[in-house]
Ligand binder design. Structure first.
Ligand code: LLP
Length: 411
């Protein structure tokens, strides 16, 4: 989003005009930004056979999935429902992986029945897989590397206390199960966490996983998960992809040489691809003076973007109705939900009036997908702008959606 000719625009589209046309609260995604990020990742790993498996839990709108498909990005799903949407969006089953976390075995069967590679995260399920499929179906296994990384504990998944993956200490047990059922283990997967800014974490994980992988002779893929940190504000520290690309590619090449075959390197970014592409626009319902501060009450809140409340995540806010005004007033931007849903505290904004539109940045990942109907509110509409064309990709909900599955009984 930039200021052109005195107004905020995304790809030449005036954001105020979009808010006027589609109403607020409104999610807007910049498809060209998604393309730019996908290309940056491909570029950083151009020296090796690398595949991007978009972690679609970040944003599952079917048109976003279609865009990923068009960009040559594959996909990682975490439920049969995401799998169904991915298939509907045009992905071939061979482009999908199903990363399960303690799911029932019938969900693994759904994956196999759809010819989708299943990623298994616990030993009992691996045994069931062996009993049912033997070596007739390839399988991926998710390892917990016991490496700590991530923006905060809630989004750290690779450490010793985490529920995710098969603990790396259980290598012998995995090998026994593999031998007993003649398993065709084609890939080793790990995901350390989200918002990992320090490239050293990935380098450390690579060392651990490459060492582990040497014991598995049938591998085709090493999947490093996602977790790259993006910028939440100007000057924010982010994962340095160029540096990481060089370091991981070099150690991957060394590993492949030692392993005796060239494998594919997979990454599963969510935030990296879509976080910065997304903007949530809300209308200022009320400018509320308190003795110590001034609050801007928006027509959105934790029901549409829960990240600030759930993870204390920082989201930049901008008054897009006042593009030319000095940014020198301090406000708390709060939601309209009957909970403490502070979106942004003590932020400098242009002097704001009732009816102004506030843009919340970095809303493309884990925004809409974590939205709810709490307080009976409708979920917002979603817009995708791609190559200067505006697409409505989700209609705003109505009362029909709220009542869709509810049953009013005779009492
Ligand atoms: N792969 C696996 C197996 C994952 O569990 C995740 C995220 C990813 C890839 C993608 O991670 P990313 O590149 O987006 O960091 N709702 C939280 C983030 C939860 C991430 C869950 N797993 C947030 O809004 O910060």
């Amino acid at each position: 989003m930039t200021v052109e000719n005195g107004q905020f625009v995304i790809q030449n589209q005036s954001v105020l005009a979009l808010c006027e046309e589609f109403g607020t609260p409104l999610y807007v995604y910049d498809g060209d930004k998604i393309e730019e990020k996908a290309n940056a990742l491909k570029d950083a790993f151009k020296g090796v056979k690398m595949k991007i498996k978009y972690a679609c839990k970040a944003n599952t709108n079917i048109s976003i999935l279609k865009l990923m498909h068009t960009l040559g990005v594959d996909i990682d799903v975490v439920s049969p429902q995401e799998m169904a949407v991915a298939l509907k969006a045009g992905f071939n089953p061979s482009q999908i992986t199903y990363t399960s976390s303690g799911v029932s075995f019938d969900e693994i069967e759904v994956s196999i029945n759809n010819d989708v590679l299943a990623n298994i995260d616990n030993l009992p399920t691996l045994i069931k897989f062996g009993e049912k499929y033997g070596n007739s179906v390839p399988v991926l296994i998710r390892i917990r590397p016991n490496v700590e990384g991530g923006g905060n504990l809630k989004i750290s998944t690779g450490h010793k206390e985490s529920k995710f993956g098969i603990a790396i200490e259980y290598k012998e047990q995995i090998l026994e199960i593999a031998k007993k059922y003649n398993l065709n283990i084609v890939g080793i997967h790990q995901h350390t966490g989200s918002d990992i800014k320090d490239g050293k974490t990935f380098v450390e994980v690579a060392r651990v996983i490459f060492d582990f992988a040497m014991s598995f002779p049938d591998l085709k893929y090493i999947d490093f998960g996602g977790g790259f940190k993006v910028a939440y504000k100007d000057g924010d520290s982010v994962t340095d992809m160029v540096d990481l690309g060089e370091k991981i590619s070099a150690s991957f090449q060394d590993f492949c040489k030692k392993y005796g075959r060239e494998l594919e390197l997979w990454f599963e970014p969510g935030k990296f691809l879509v976080s910065e592409s997304g903007f949530l626009f809300g209308n200022v319902n009320v400018v509320k003076e308190n003795p110590t501060k001034t609050l801007l009450g928006l027509n959105t809140g934790l029901n549409h973007l829960i990240r600030p409340m759930m993870y204390d995540a920082f989201h930049d806010v901008v008054n897009v109705s006042k593009p030319n005004a000095a940014v020198n007033e301090v406000y708390d931007v709060v939601g309209y939900i009957c909970e403490t849903d502070d979106i942004a505290k003590n932020r400098e904004l242009a002097k704001t009036d009732e009816g102004d539109i506030i843009c919340i940045k970095n809303a493309g990942a884990y925004g809409f997908t974590m939205a709810s109907n709490y307080n009976g509110r409708f979920k917002p509409a979603e817009i995708l702008i791609y190559k200067n064309k505006v697409h409505l990709i989700r209609k705003r909900e109505t009362l029909v959606d709220i009542l869709a599955n509810q049953i009013l009984v005779e009492l």
